[in-house]
Write a protein that binds this ligand. Structure first.
Ligand SMILES: C[S@@+](CC[C@H](N)C(=O)[O-])C[C@H]1O[C@@H](n2cnc3c(N)ncnc32)[C@H](O)[C@@H]1O
Length: 530
């Protein structure tokens, strides 16, 4: 793959004297007399990444020097923040879910509900309120527990209004990919045409200011480039943010970066999650890493408009995680994998030892049925979740993504659910929690390697039952003091890694980080006293 440099990178060409920048390791040739001036210009623009362009990925980011796990690559603020398509009614300023608000405040201008008057009167709402007030008679949002289609137009409206309110930002926004040409044939285009384009042009009176194409382009930019912002507590609405540099990162189903978005400031920090070599492309993941190949590729096809052929998607075993693999119905040890994983609708699935085959349609039918069964289980129903695992053990590989989702829930429920509080768990249940977390980690280590949230959270869930098991075993006289110490030191290593990762997360969304630091200090003091 050739990654051509774009003109955006710093290039100061003048012969005579050479220097290598210690930051980006670029070589500069200076005229001696201009050296200091040019060097100070470079110092302010030197970054550990650069934007390059490539036939397959379009614009993308590559590392300009070796990066260590945890190292910050860049940070940037969201240029636009707004509600995600299909969200339930929320305050347009702070995104609090309105079903949890006792007394709503209706904006006198546009009639949108807000959590409080102060939010409705915020400067951020001013320009959109003028537009939305023209549709005042159609804006009647009364059921706060159900999504309302009018919210679909808020974030695209905020984008197009930049044209007059912040022309520079609008220019940058207009340079982002929208894929109107590819999206034109989709069902989504037709929905946007009615719910957003016609609403904004015909009902809100923007027909003279914005063409249909321009409004569709705003919707496209958001679909292709925006990031989800996870807000804590009652703001757990899905909110979108546009981050122009981050949106240049290409997708790979196993990424090498990790990002955190501060839920108060909407500032994104992108870090290397694993070691990255100078010249390597920087990847993020546009999908859920624990989904199977067919689901990930389908999301990417529908919303990002490309066919992912990354190493994980091209490998029937998904890098030996077997996240989509089935058990062979014919032989006891067989595992069934797609023969051509990039042709999900046509490929046969074949058992490795006995060569028995299933059609793609049969596999889809089975998985759809099991997905439905899984979705109908209550989110806290430990017994039903356990039952699901045992009932389908002969159909799915132990690491199958459906089982992995079940394990993710169980890893939290054992020890936290009121019926399964940690101190009340039996030895067997503690061992169950440990084995669930270890299985999850074995998958996370491959699909979300390094300093990632999934690993941090799972390591944190793992430490407590391990500690309790060691304590109870020692107190029952079933191990020596030396063996006990050894087990506690192993727990400390796990908690120490969990803490390191959780401290990188948004402090508002992970109360775990503070608890982890406290627990780590306690264990360290305890080890010192043993
Ligand atoms: C968020 S944008 C990334 C920046 C974009 N390349 C640009 O030039 O502005 C996402 C788009 O980049 C391209 N892209 C990203 N990752 C890709 C991948 N793994 N394979 C093919 N195209 C990819 C697709 O066109 C996708 O819709």
């Amino acid at each position: 793959m050739s990654l051509e440099e774009s003109p955006i990178t710093c290039n100061l060409f003048r012969a005579k004297s050479s220097q290598i920048c210690g930051g980006c390791e670029e070589v500069f040739n200076f005229e001696m007399e201009y050296q200091n001036k040019e060097w100070s210009i470079h110092k302010t623009s030197c970054k550990p990444y650069k934007i390059v362009s490539n036939e397959k990925f379009g614009r993308c980011l590559v590392a300009t020097r070796n990066l260590k796990p945890g190292e910050i690559i860049f940070g940037e603020n969201a240029t636009i923040v707004g509600p995600k398509q299909g969200c339930r009614p929320c305050c347009l300023k702070c995104f609090t879910s309105l079903d949890s608000v006792a007394s709503l405040f209706r904006c006198p201008g546009c009639n949108f509900p807000f959590c409080q008057e102060q939010c409705a009167k915020s400067p951020e709402h001013e320009a959109e309120c003028v537009v939305l007030s023209r549709a005042r008679s159609c804006i009647s949002i009364n059921d706060m527990s159900k999504s309302h289609p009018v919210y679909q137009c808020i974030t695209p409206l905020r984008c197009i209004l930049l044209k007059s309110t912040q022309p520079k930002l609008f220019e940058a926004f207009s340079g982002l990919v929208h894929h109107n040409d590819l999206r034109r044939q989709t069902q989504m285009w037709r929905i946007y045409q009615v719910n957003i384009v016609q609403f904004l042009r015909n009902v809100c009176g923007l027909a003279n200011q914005f063409s249909e194409e321009e409004i569709h382009a705003a919707c496209g930019v958001l679909d292709v480039n925006a990031f989800e912002i996870r807000l804590p507590g009652s703001k757990r609405q899905q909110v979108l943010g546009l981050f122009p540099i981050a949106s240049m990162m290409s997708h790979r189903c196993v990424s090498n970066t990790h990002h955190v978005i501060d839920s108060n400031t909407y500032e994104m920090t992108v870090r290397a999650s694993v070691p990255i070599k100078k010249g390597e492309q920087l990847f993020t993941t546009y999908t859920l890493p624990l989904d199977g190949t067919n689901d990930r590729r389908s999301v990417l096809r529908q919303s990002k408009m490309f066919e992912c052929d990354c190493p994980r998607c091209s490998d029937p075993t998904e890098c030996l995680t077997f996240l989509s693999a089935l058990r062979c119905p014919r032989c006891p040890i067989g595992i069934m994998l797609p023969i051509r994983p990039l042709e999900e609708n046509e490929t046969e699935w074949q058992c490795s030892p006995c060569s028995y085959q299933l059609d793609a349609a049969d596999v889809t039918q089975l998985i759809d049925q099991l997905k439905e069964e899984f979705e109908n289980i209550g989110p806290k129903d430990v017994e039903k979740l356990e039952e699901f695992l045992s009932r389908h053990a002969s159909s799915l590989h132990p690491n199958h993504f459906l089982f992995t989702s079940v394990r993710q829930s169980l890893s939290q429920l054992y020890g936290r659910d009121e019926r399964y509080l940690l101190n009340t768990l039996t030895m067997e249940q503690l061992e169950r929690k440990v084995s669930i977390c270890q299985q999850l980690l074995s998958v996370a280590d491959v699909v979300e390697p390094g300093l990632t949230r999934l690993r941090g959270v799972t390591l944190y869930e793992l430490y407590a039952p391990m500690l309790l098991l060691a304590k109870r075993t020692y107190e029952a006289g079933h191990c020596t003091l030396a063996e006990f110490k050894e087990r506690i030191v192993a727990v400390e290593a796990i908690l120490s890694e969990a803490t390191k990762i959780l401290l990188l997360e948004d402090p508002a969304s992970t109360e775990g980080a503070a608890c982890a630091v406290q627990a780590l200090n306690q264990i360290q003091r305890w080890i010192a006293s043993l």
